[in-house]
Design a binder for this molecule. Structure first.
Ligand SMILES: [Zn+2]
Length: 164
């Protein structure tokens, strides 16, 4: 019973991140969204803004971490949980460790760049002294499909431009 309710909560929070990801896709950004909750309260919510800001570090997780730290007035994100639609990359996983974020939930696995064990192991690197609890693969199909749709449409546009 408790497990079911927890799973519902995880899904609900990840769906919020997914909504941000879909909005980002409409703005031409690779659709990744992230939210951070502190003791159940939303303290960070962001989508990838790399194109808009022309900033290679403007990943959803980094922006959400900055927001959460500002909201809490602390670089340490104790008692926080992050929900992100895609397995974090090396940069974001590194930031999650540096923020001492205790818990991470992500949607789709990223075999090409995921740093929670798929391509690299940063989050649980034995050399680092902080190891967040990680739960991956929640709503993985929906989160992955949002990304695949985006890149499929993008390739389609490129092809049409090339033909014209
Ligand atoms: Zn990243």
């Amino acid at each position: 019973m408790t497990a079911d309710r927890d799973y519902f909560l995880e899904e609900q929070r990840l769906r919020l991140a997914l909504t941000l990801a879909r909005e980002a896709a409409e703005a031409g950004e690779a659709p990744v969204g992230a939210v951070i909750f502190h003791r159940g309260q939303l303290v960070g919510k962001a989508a990838n803004q790399r194109e808009q800001l022309q900033d290679p570090t403007a990943h959803a997780e980094i922006i959400a971490i900055t927001q959460a730290a500002a909201a809490l007035g602390s670089w340490r994100l104790d008692d926080c949980e992050m929900y992100v639609t895609l397995e974090p990359c090396a940069m974001c996983a590194g930031a999650i460790v540096l923020a001492r974020l205790p818990r991470l939930v992500f949607g789709a696995f990223d075999p090409k760049a995921g740093a929670c064990g798929s391509a690299l192991e940063v989050i649980n690197c034995p050399a680092l002294n902080h190891h967040p609890v990680v739960l991956g693969g929640i709503l993985a199909n929906e989160c992955g499909e949002t990304l695949r749709d985006f890149f499929r449409a993008k390739r389609g546009r490129t092809k049409r431009v090339a033909i014209e």
